[in-house]
Design a protein around this ligand. Structure first.
Ligand code: SF4
Length: 622
């Protein structure tokens, strides 16, 4: 008997527009000591499946059919009082966003104690001692001191560790981890994944890992279930899934991953989007996006077909009697793999610098007392120098807190009056530090920024037309109203959005479309340099490929320079020409992508690269 099993589980959400079915007859099973990865794009129903198992659905949601069996007991039939014991005691859960999952008015130590007192027989002082042990065990630094901290006083990685301590404090049989490392940088991610593996083997837990990161899956999972539009469309052992993906969607996801061998070429993005789940499907749900679609695919929804003892796929290509088909094999993401000669040129052939940063230092004031007097400065950036030529991309990489974003804010002149900024920032030979008023405003036209979170970076109350024209009106006074409209219409088309988008609001767009809007907004003032701060880290693999293709094309068309801030080395390997590695406010290594990724010299760069999860080796590359 499996430890946790879902048996044709169906979840419905009632909305004003009708019924939505995010989970449609999914059957999964996880054994003790095993990790099952549930993989797929946003909107495929992964998180809803987890919430259905936990019976934590929103008020308008319900499990309409099927069962969730925990050691043979159907938890969908348990009264809520008994289910409260199952949650936390038998099944622990770690959510993607620890900031919103922790109670902001309780210390983190108290929150772990509460879990222990709620779900175990341990009370009082003993619970406090054990809670502290758990905080140590999950690697919270200075746990004795930090247990008295409130969530806002901890970093993202520290909060994620506290969430893990809370999920594990009652030693559950099953841990559900929903995108547990998405918000973390590579080294913290590597620590968290290692910790999860260690705890799983010492506690002999079953883990349901929900993620869209295929490299994390390959490192962690024993079994893989691929989800699309509410259904499971492929299940396999992890080894089988990575060496022999069967479903065209699996192959398309692998093909969309950025890789250094694809430098200078378009990534194979998956066209279209996941269908809405408010419809009754009469054909294969992937058919509108599938390169292999044919008449049989729209005749009826395909069934899940067994293709070996542990491998099943929902696709007519594998029906009995169908002609054999071989899906392309995934490339590995290993940064040590041979680097193709891409558009990088030798340093001597580079054009003169568009942006030159010399000895940049940024110190944030430490204030004390009633009068908030400055008692010193925290040096966030400490003597950073680099140059960026026209038409090239420089990636600034490093862990959270290494100073990457502070460098970007300083060169955008956004820290005036906030921090002590020293050094020089020159754009086309003109020093930005000394500019004031009108001259600064005009200089700002040349440098624009695209933020990580396309949801937070667009004003939700403004129509797209106003959002895109706002910058032109403020920074390009020579362009009249008709010219502005003409410009933003052209840009919308260029970034792949329809003209009717102009009258819509940001919430009406998907994450990828919003990032296209953010890029169009940056381009509207015809900049020469775009600072792209983690521009794809909030996006799915397929949408990431579309945005990276767009950035690459725009750079070629307009000779744009990019300062790319990221912790994703695959994106660096694909898009950047040069890399600067930052640690504690300093650049510790810099060079061309080939040199730094293939032959890192500094110990910190080596550690960062070693922390990058790589897809399993899959034999000879296609
Ligand atoms: Fe593609 Fe047809 Fe298979 Fe669906 S059933 S994945 S459309 S080949």
């Amino acid at each position: 008997m499996s430890l946790l099993q879902t048996d044709r589980l169906i979840t419905d959400i009632d909305t004003d527009a009708g019924r939505v079915r995010p989970v449609d007859a999914i059957s999964l099973s996880i054994e003790r000591g095993q990790t099952l990865a549930l993989v797929g794009e946003s909107g495929c129903g992964k998180s809803m499946a987890a919430l259905s198992i936990m019976r934590l659905l929103p008020q308008n949601g319900r499990v309409s059919a099927g069962r969730v069996l925990l050691q043979g007991v159907d938890t969908t039939a348990l009264p809520e009082a008994r289910m409260r014991d199952v949650r936390g005691r038998r099944i622990g859960m770690v959510f993607q966003e620890p900031a919103t999952s922790l109670n902001p008015v309780l210390t983190v130590g108290r929150q772990v104690v509460e879990v222990m007192e709620r779900h175990t027989a341990v009370r009082g002082m003993a619970a406090q001692v054990q809670a502290l042990e758990w905080l140590h065990r999950v690697g919270l630094p200075e746990a004795e001191r930090q247990q008295h901290s409130y969530p806002f006083q901890l970093s993202g990685g520290q909060k994620q560790r506290v969430m893990l301590a809370m999920a594990l404090a009652a030693a559950p049989d099953v841990l559900i981890a929903d995108e547990p490392t998405t918000a973390l940088d590579v080294s913290i991610q590597a620590q968290m994944l290692q910790l999860l593996q260690e705890l799983q083997s010492s506690l002999h837990m079953a883990v349901l890992l929900i993620t869209h990161d295929l490299a994390v899956v390959s490192q962690m999972a024993h079994q893989v279930a691929l989800m699309y539009a509410g259904q499971i469309i492929e299940t396999a052992s992890a080894a089988d899934f990575f060496s022999r993906p069967l479903h065209p969607y699996a192959a398309a996801l692998f093909a969309a991953l950025p890789d250094q061998r694809q430098r200078g070429q378009a990534l194979r993005a998956i066209a279209g989007a996941v269908p809405t789940l408010d419809q009754v499907f009469t054909a294969c749900r992937f058919a509108p996006r599938c390169a292999y679609a044919h008449a049989a695919c729209v005749a009826a929804p395909p069934a899940l077909l067994q293709q070996g003892p542990e491998h099943a796929v929902r696709c007519v290509l594998y029906a009995p009697g169908a002609a054999p088909v071989v899906m392309p094999r995934p490339l590995t993401l290993a940064p040590q793999a041979p680097v193709a000669t891409g558009p990088n040129e030798p340093a001597t052939a580079r054009p003169s610098a568009l942006l030159e940063v010399r000895d940049l230092r940024v110190g944030f004031p430490i204030r004390h007392g009633l009068l908030q007097r400055t008692r010193g400065h925290v040096q966030a950036v400490d003597g950073v120098s680099f140059a960026l030529a026209r038409g090239r991309t420089l990636a600034l990489v490093g862990e959270s807190g290494s100073g990457k974003t502070t460098v970007a804010r300083a060169l955008l002149q956004l820290l005036r009056g906030v921090a002590r900024v020293e050094g020089t920032v020159q754009l086309q030979g003109q020093s930005l530090n000394r500019l004031q008023g009108e001259a600064l405003r005009l200089a700002r036209r040349a440098v624009q920024i695209v933020f990580q979170d396309p949801f937070a970076s667009l004003n939700p109350r403004m129509r797209v037309s106003d959002l895109l024209q706002e910058g032109v009106a403020a920074l390009c006074p020579e362009v009249d109203a008709a010219g502005r409209l003409q410009r933003v219409r052209g840009l919308l088309e260029r970034v792949g959005l329809r003209a009717d988008a102009l009258q819509r609001y940001p919430h009406e767009f998907s994450g990828g479309q919003r990032q296209r809007l953010a890029i169009a907004r940056a381009l509207a003032v015809q900049p020469q340099l775009i600072v792209a701060d983690e521009p794809t880290s909030a996006l799915d693999v397929s949408v990431q490929a579309q945005i990276l293709n767009l950035l690459r094309e725009l750079q070629q068309e307009r000779s744009l320079s990019y300062l790319l801030i990221t912790h994703n080395f695959s994106v660096v390997a694909y898009l950047a020409d040069d890399v600067a590695v930052m640690q504690n406010g300093k650049i510790v290594e810099a060079g061309t992508v080939q040199a730094v990724l293939r032959n890192p010299q500094h110990a910190y760069t080596k550690t960062l690269l070693a922390a990058v999860p790589a897809l399993m080796a899959t034999g000879p590359l296609p």
